[in-house]
Write a protein of this length. Structure first.
Length: 405
């Protein structure tokens, strides 16, 4: 059998789209972990306040994600995406001018809303683009979602050296993040000119009965609680353990590369199982990755934790999308994916603040990480009880539906 290569223009456009994902999550959300240690030292934050900043960002993302379907019914998806990432770039730069907690909360919330517009709009465009190369739709979507990892790698390679050069210069770190986001946004705009996704009449939709998915929903909510604590505080924990700036850059870059690879690593697992097995396995691996930094300060342990975590966490999102597609009728997919999105967002909102609150007590961040690992482990147990619900759709139908993880 001869495999036909994906058209170059499709791959080039997918690469340009991935820049939107790099801004929306890789920089707008996950660069915060690298900037947190100097911010916390300079502003005198407790761990709770530090976590609450990411709670505000997650709340903004949820608000933006909930508004996105209504706005996309009126706006072209490319314009929606570009507006979102441009807004995120400006807001990230403004973080560098903020000194009050109240203003930073507002900026984190608003950045979350811009990120949601960029990521949701980009995801819709990536799904449309995948239809141009039906035999390579997984590759196209993988390139797009892998952009999150590229954003993490860019932050890892750029921010720690900058902060080492100017230890109290976290405002400069935010300015640099905003400037990089602006450059990437120009790249996304220039490379996606051939894409359009104009408003279209709504497709038929059906209600989603959430009760048969209760164990999957619970497992996914606990994933939201557990993963965001790690992504908020892991750099702070490793810095407290004495890791040098160069080592932290390597660690976070390794995590980002794991994200890039994750779309392909777990595709077979997600395709083979119609129940909660993928969600259970991935949650369990994340629990292990979260515990590893607590077992010692060896570089190998830290790097193993980052590589494993990066290679898994974004695929948990894909696992719940696959669960809905395998079991629900196509008309119920939007409502089903929305239900999983809401419970995940709820967990992601409360997770950083809870971990910070725990870390402010005896045991510090190590206890907070143990709490995150416990939430992920419980999520794995609950997800394991999720059974197949109904007759699933095949992979071709999944891609044709135009919905990414």
């Amino acid at each position: 059998m001869v495999r036909v290569k994906a058209p170059r223009e499709v791959l080039a456009t997918a690469a340009a789209l991935s820049l939107a994902a790099a801004i929306s999550l890789g920089l707008a959300r996950f660069s915060y972990a690298l900037l947190l240690p100097p911010m916390r030292a300079d502003l005198g934050w407790s761990y709770f306040t530090a976590g609450a900043m990411n709670t505000a960002n997650a709340a903004g993302y949820l608000a933006g994600a909930l508004l996105a379907p209504r706005l996309l019914a009126r706006l072209d998806a490319r314009r929606f995406m570009l507006a979102g990432i441009a807004l995120a770039a400006v807001l990230l730069a403004l973080h560098g001018a903020a000194r009050s907690d109240a203003l930073l909360y507002v900026l984190r919330f608003a950045t979350g809303m811009g990120s949601a517009a960029g990521f949701v709009g980009g995801g819709l465009l990536a799904a449309r683009l995948a239809q141009r190369a039906p035999g390579h739709s997984g590759l196209v979507l993988g390139i797009y979602y892998g952009g999150v990892g590229l954003g993490i790698v860019a932050a890892a390679l750029g921010l720690p050296p900058l902060l080492e050069w100017a230890p109290a210069g976290w405002p400069g770190g935010w300015l640099a993040t905003g400037a990089l986001s602006a450059v990437l946004a120009l790249g996304a705009a220039g490379g996606t000119g051939s894409l359009t996704a104009p408003p279209a009449p709504g497709a038929p939709r059906a209600a989603f009965a959430w009760q048969p998915y209760a164990f999957g929903l619970a497992g996914y909510g606990l994933f939201g609680v557990g993963y965001i604590g790690y992504m908020t505080f892991v750099i702070t924990l490793l810095r407290e353990q004495g890791l040098a700036t160069g080592t932290l850059s390597v660690f976070y870059a390794l995590l980002g590369l794991g994200v890039v690879a994750s779309s392909w690593l777990w595709a077979g697992l997600l395709q083979r199982h119609r129940g909660g097995v993928p969600l259970a396995v991935l949650n369990a691996l994340l629990a292990l990755a979260t515990v590893l930094p607590l077992l010692g300060t060896h570089l190998a342990t830290a790097f193993a934790s980052g590589a494993l975590f990066g290679a898994v966490f974004l695929s948990v999102v894909a696992s719940t999308t696959a669960l809905v597609r395998h079991n629900a009728q196509p008309a119920a997919w939007p409502a089903g994916i929305a239900a999983f999105t809401v419970v995940f967002a709820a967990g992601q909102i409360v997770g950083p603040s809870i971990v910070g609150w725990v870390a402010d007590g005896p045991g510090g961040l190590a206890r907070g990480f143990a709490w995150s690992a416990a939430a992920l482990a419980l999520g794995a147990v609950l997800a394991a009880f999720q059974r197949p619900v109904g007759r699933g759709a095949n992979a071709a139908t999944d891609h044709a539906a135009g919905r990414g993880p």
